[in-house]
Design a binder for this molecule. Structure first.
Ligand SMILES: Cc1cc2nc3c(=O)[nH]c(=O)nc-3n(C[C@H](O)[C@H](O)[C@H](O)COP(=O)(O)OP(=O)(O)OC[C@H]3O[C@@H](n4cnc5c(N)ncnc54)[C@H](O)[C@@H]3O)c2cc1C
Length: 365
């Protein structure tokens, strides 16, 4: 439920629990409007869960809208002062080692660094927030918010796990994907390399207890297919939580990002969604609008489509992935994916089935 704004709204401190992309995006927007913001971060630094030893590499998807995501960030007043490698051409493999070209006429996604390092998305957002006067309290776990505030504490349950290695390498920049249930059940394996550093992971949506086994199988497969060379590899893994709530309020406080369950249920490309949710929550506080109405209108159609996509993808199995990759290799992938993420008439028909078939591990209550 939206909270009534009292007379001292513009001077009262707004507290935010969590300095991930969602929390920092909300803080930036609030500070730009002249509000006093305190962000509490339970860890000693931003991006801590991604930054053990080397930074993690992740992709900001650029396929759900016709316009470019980094242009959108600028228009929304968010920094783009982080390393972002445009990725168009890549390569995918199926379970029989068959190769499929991935081609897109415009950037399909931007490879970015995550973690506490100098060029990461997290550090760029932190610096922007601080330059606007936002106070960040590190090593501060916020348990309750008394005045105005936003919950942005990240995933609450594991619906997927992405596990593998960060490493140094002499290999060339690029991205590669394998769709094979023996390496990543109902998910995919990926290899991302930029400037002599790499991330190789198995992103699994089933059999979550055996994440390390799938990570090792993924490494072996990339060694066989591409001659993967890892120097000083360090294990890294993390969870993803995919859930569409009825309401994203905790009492009167908006819940944003993965704490609300906002994610791309198909493949876990959640960054853009969590940032959007942060901006919408800030808007709701600034203009006394109902946050539930805002995200339901702007984010929910895409999230609904991604639940349907997940259920269809989960049914495919190895042969189906081969068919899917062959189809994508004959298309402009960015455009094809944009259509896949639209909540089309067909997706609307399939949604009640998908809603029933897809069960998040999150305990609701
Ligand atoms: C291995 C891996 C690979 C991924 N790859 C991609 C990708 O390629 N593309 C993509 O778009 N997405 C990817 N994601 C998903 C993406 O990282 C998340 O969706 C995104 O980081 C969620 O942002 P958030 O701000 O909601 O939460 P988080 O980034 O988790 O930030 C939440 C923060 O809140 C802090 N916190 C928790 N509790 C409290 C508290 N009580 N008080 C104060 N602070 C608290 C935490 O320490 C944390 O720093 C990946 C995720 C993982 C794990």
């Amino acid at each position: 439920m939206a909270k009534e704004c009292s007379n001292n709204c513009s001077t009262a401190v707004i507290e935010i629990a969590g300095a991930g992309p969602a929390g920092l995006a909300a803080a930036i927007k609030l500070a730009q409007a002249g509000r006093k913001v305190h962000v509490h971060e339970a860890s000693k630094e931003v991006g801590h869960r991604f930054g053990s030893h080397y930074q993690d590499f992740q992709g900001i998807e650029n396929w759900t809208t016709e316009h470019d995501v980094l242009t959108e960030f600028k228009q929304l007043g968010l920094t783009t002062d982080f390393t972002a490698m445009p990725c168009n051409k890549g390569m995918a493999f199926d379970y029989k080692d068959r190769r499929y070209k991935i081609e897109s006429d415009e950037t399909l996604f931007y490879m970015v660094e995550r973690g506490p390092g100098p060029n990461t998305l997290d550090t760029a957002l932190l610096k922007q927030a601080q330059s606007l006067g936002v106070t960040i309290h590190f090593n501060s776990r916020l348990r309750e918010i008394n005045g105005d505030g936003i919950m942005a504490a990240g995933p609450k349950a594991a619906d997927a796990i992405s596990a593998g290695y960060h490493f140094k390498t002499d290999m060339q920049d690029g991205y590669w994907v394998i769709c094979d249930d023996n390496l990543a059940p109902k998910g995919y394996s990926y290899l991302l390399i930029m400037n002599g550093v790499g991330t190789v992971k198995s992103c699994i949506f089933a059999d979550l207890k055996r994440d390390k086994l799938y990570a090792e199988r993924t490494v072996s497969a990339f060694e066989r297919l591409l001659g993967l060379e890892m120097h000083e590899p360090k294990f890294h893994g993390g969870i993803g939580n995919f859930y569409i709530p009825d309401s994203a309020y905790a009492e009167t406080h908006p819940i944003i990002g993965e704490q609300a369950g906002f994610q791309d249920t198909l493949w876990g490309f959640g960054m853009r969604l969590v940032i959007s949710s942060g901006l919408l929550a800030a808007q709701s506080l600034l203009h006394n609008e109902n946050y539930d109405q805002l995200w339901q209108k702007q984010l929910r159609p895409q999230m609904n489509a991604s639940v349907v996509n997940r259920c269809l993808f989960g049914l495919m199995g190895n042969r189906g992935y081969g068919w899917f990759l062959r189809r994508q290799s004959q298309r402009n992938v960015r455009e094809a994916l944009r259509k896949q993420y639209q909540f089309s008439m067909l997706k609307r028909v399939l949604y009640p089935w998908a809603q029933h078939a897809y069960q998040s591990k999150r305990v609701v209550g």
